[in-house]
Design a protein around this ligand. Sequence first.
Ligand code: SF4
Ligand code: SF4
Length: 472
Amino acid sequence: MPLKYHIPIKSVPSRFYPVPKNILLESEENCLHCARCVKELCPYDAYGQRYIDPISGFDTINNLCKDCFRCVQGCIQGTISKVPNPEYQDLGDSYWTPQIISTTWYQAETGRIPVSGAGYGGPFRGPGFDAIWTDMSEIVRPTRDGIHGREYISTTISLGRKPLFLSLDEQGQMAMPTFPRLELPLPVLLSQPMLATDKPAVRLAIIKAARVLGTVVLLPRDQLPGNWLDQALYLVPQYPARALDLDDPCLGQVQAVELDDYPEVTTAIERLKGRYPEVIVSIKLAADAGLASRCEVLAGAGAEVLHISADDHAQGQGAAQDQHLKDLIRQVHLHLVETALRDGVTLIASGGVALAEHVAKAIICGVDGVAVDLPLMIALECRLCHRCLQGQSCPVDLEHLDPERGAQRLINLMGAWNNQLLEVLGAMGIREVRRLRGEIGRAMFFEELERETFAPLFALGTGQESTERRDS
Ligand code: SF4
Ligand code: SF4
């Protein structure tokens, strides 16, 4: 049995107080100064540990409070109340919600799976990835199938072209060319977020994390760090269309490169492979209209890795902007299955992969793995305020991040995500993430259920419906 993949978790407190969800309001006006104030009875001693910065006036009470409402309900004069924090509600946007951001902060700090305690309180459906339900029927054996139990669950994937069959000569030796392959112990590649472009410390933290996790970092060629040679095995330099220079020294050192798709990309790959046959080439395609047929052309021409790139909200690009990434992945996967090309090529997807469950759901829809970017920024305490893009100061001073500390937070996040992936695989009775790929038979899609259930009803003309009812 292979050694179990282990992600070393270590708690890393945030450098800045996270934005709390609610804030306490206290009024002195009606206070009777009770001999035993309810504040002394706080089970978390929030008032006792409270610190108010004399210069900035920052009050730690809201970060120490656990929202148990004991003091709020206990004060007979009603001097204490809790209200939603407008700063929290303003975090992120409609997709990168405050809840996703604060959950990511928690996972990056602790490496733990977030647990709500009182169960899931939201609706069991929603847009995008929330419209997918997975079959957890095997969860009935938690003691036997515990994710850290005796049955090993593999999360390894391989990048590269796979032979569809083996050909041996008369001596039993391989009689066919072999393809370079890169094994990753988790189905997640790290991708440098656009927000990190001018932040070398963030880039360094991501590369250090990739090294510990055993995965790779996708980053523009012109953003490679000065000491890239030491890190070459963990770097996948990306080249814009027609920008590949075969004399680039990093081509002989890295295990994989990524080229943006363009009409003559296969010719460029041919030349590249002629000189560096061991380098795996990924082609990055915008998730635009015609994606499935373009993937068919490239896979048919021998592409090794196809990278489907959606926007930050997991929506397609250009003419496909109304389609969600999950649907675009399914189209590509099924089209390659129908054309008997799917097993030869590796598919990865990126854009809007915000939570651990999105990794599992993207794989169920048909990719081998995903590339994540913005969650890495959030794990480093980014608030997605975009002030840096307007030349303003960063509220969490990411320019001066300690790369070691940042790397551990990224490792913690991936540790929490990996454990959630193991939970899903264990609950589905699947022992290998590779077997999750395209397993749509083990998932339900809300839009399809709704269509199957309601479309026949609404398709009936009112006359036909009333006739049938009368007949029955
Ligand atoms: S709400 Fe609960 S945790 Fe928060 S300060 Fe009051 S008693 Fe303490
Ligand atoms: S300025 Fe805002 S968006 Fe930019 S890195 Fe800092 S927190 Fe993130």
